[in-house]
Design a protein. Structure first.
Length: 50
């Protein structure tokens, strides 16, 4: 679950009133890819600790 505060923060980051779907697709994909890269780095660090 995501808190209302977190939801609103994300909505502010990706929202685009000029877009047909209401979000900036490029910005949204960049944020998602960046987070996935962070997760990948953390996972790699955990795997090397074993």
């Amino acid at each position: 679950m995501i808190s209302d505060k977190e939801y609103q923060e994300i909505e502010k980051m990706i929202g685009d009133s000029n877009s047909v779907v209401g979000i900036d697709a490029k910005k949204t994909h960049i944020i998602i890819i960046h987070k996935l890269m962070q997760i990948e780095k953390r996972l790699a660090a955990l795997e090397t600790k074993k």
